[in-house]
Design a protein around this ligand. Structure first.
Ligand code: AVJ
Ligand code: FE
Length: 432
């Protein structure tokens, strides 16, 4: 238990260090402004992760009093203060915010020292769940912050490390057939998972085929050049409405220069690349692309089976097996500030040769965000339950901006089908 405690303390400290490193280059006004109504001011995200931390540790487990002024405390509760209104909030200064972050962290450390993690009366404390929840929550907000930074005008945010240049290491083309049969979908009780990943259950699927790699920028360019955005037959009714209202004619960040495109992202400005995955497309674009290729998006179940199931060995922790993540297995952990060439992650392929399932780009799946049968909200309704059955689509697998702990084969991300701020790309599937 003490080893667990020490590991959790180190983990929370490292998570916070990364959060602060990501935002360090930001000028005060960029920290405070709301770049778009669908994201929060970065300062709100910072204050909110500290608020979440003190609520689930210091207040819930230690019976502590709130550490922020009650008005600020309300501002940082997403159920009280919806996203679109966050730009108008009178948030504390950068200095006051940093001091609040430090106090929340210290209070969490205190709770970690004094909370029984084994036979705790509070199920949220069991096995240190609340502390891992706080860590993964903050890691998810790191990705949200990166989405916000990517929405800023070019040059406003200069990443603390150099972005990686595109290269020509090409990913495999082709697809793998996943034979029909049952598999276990969802997370077991052996490791941290969110409520929406549970309960684990057996599902039987017909055979299907899934692409060996996500769609590259160059492949997506073929769709654009072939008139994919004006061919109405490829789009659903809502997709056509979205095309009309958004005026989209290429992924977010693609700029027309004469008859060519350049892909812009942080410091990158280069033509669509055959080695890099297309990113920042909506579900509508992903579906239209797949239809143009005479394919479709995978269902969540198909995606998870392809990523984690072998009929003989059963469920593995990662697509490549049970070995822990490293930098050659999956494109994760943020610091390249964009996806790297897919072909460099061949060691992360499944036994059937499917690569890039974890990391690189989130992958849109066909269906809506709904609970598994037997779902129980834990530890609060606001994480998952409030978002079910609202027409949100599920994304799987994580992106270059996802931290390794969050990138697991059972993790479910979600957003509305028109959203493009997510680092989301496309993997196609088809009936076998
Ligand atoms: C799982 C990424 C959709 O950002 O709304 C953060 C994660 N939940 N704080 C979101 C989350 C509460 C969630 N997503
Ligand atoms: Fe949150």
């Amino acid at each position: 238990v003490d080893a667990n405690r020490n590991a959790l303390a180190r983990r929370l400290k490292q998570v916070r260090r990364r959060t602060l490193a990501l935002v360090a280059p930001l000028a005060d006004d960029d920290l405070r402004r709301q770049v778009d109504p669908i994201v929060s001011p970065v300062l709100w995200d910072l204050l909110h992760v500290a608020n979440f931390e003190e609520r689930w540790t210091h207040r819930r487990l230690n019976g502590g009093e709130p550490l922020a002024d009650p008005i600020v405390d309300q501002m940082l509760d997403p159920e009280v203060t919806p996203r679109r209104g966050r730009g108008a909030l009178d948030l504390p200064s950068r200095e006051a915010a940093m001091s609040y972050l430090e106090r929340a962290h210290a209070a969490a450390m205190d709770a970690l020292t004094f909370t029984p993690l084994r036979r705790g009366a509070d199920p949220v404390a069991l096995g240190g769940y609340a502390f891992e929840l706080v860590a993964q929550h903050e890691e998810q907000h790191q990705e949200t912050i990166l989405q916000t930074l990517a929405l800023m005008e070019p040059g406003r945010y200069v990443p603390p490390r150099a972005t990686v240049r595109p290269s020509s290491i090409l990913p495999p083309r082709g697809s793998a057939v996943i034979p029909e049969g049952p598999f276990v979908m969802g997370a077991g009780d052996d490791a941290f998972a969110y409520d929406n990943e549970r309960p684990a259950h057996v599902l039987s699927l017909p055979a299907f085929s899934i692409d060996a790699a996500p769609v590259s920028e160059a492949e997506y360019l073929e769709f654009v050049a072939a008139g994919g955005y004006v061919n109405e037959a490829l789009w659903t009714d809502e997709g056509r409405d979205w095309l009309r209202s958004s005026g989209a004619s290429a992924p977010l960040g693609w700029e027309r220069r004469g008859r060519q495109f350049v892909v812009t992202a942080f410091e990158r400005e280069s033509p669509p690349d055959p080695g890099l995955p297309v990113v920042r497309v909506s579900w509508f674009e992903a579906s239209a692309y797949a239809r143009w290729r005479r394919k479709r998006l995978p269902t969540e179940a198909e995606w998870e089976k392809a990523a984690s199931w072998d009929p003989i060995v059963g469920k593995s922790r990662f697509p490549w097996g049970d070995a822990p993540w490293d930098h050659e297995r999956a494109d994760l952990d943020q610091l390249a500030f964009g996806p790297r060439p897919l072909g460099s992650f061949a060691r992360g392929a499944t036994p059937r040769g499917v690569l890039g399932l974890l990391g690189s780009v989130w992958e849109w799946t066909a269906g809506d965000f709904v609970p598994y049968e037997g779902f129980q909200a834990f530890p609060y309704d606001g994480y998952s339950k409030a978002h079910f059955e609202r027409g949100m689509k599920v994304l799987r697998g994580g992106s270059w901006a996802t931290r390794p702990a969050v990138a697991r084969t059972t993790f479910r991300n979600w957003d509305f089908p028109e959203r493009r701020q997510i680092f989301a790309g496309i993997r196609c599937a088809s009936d076998a």
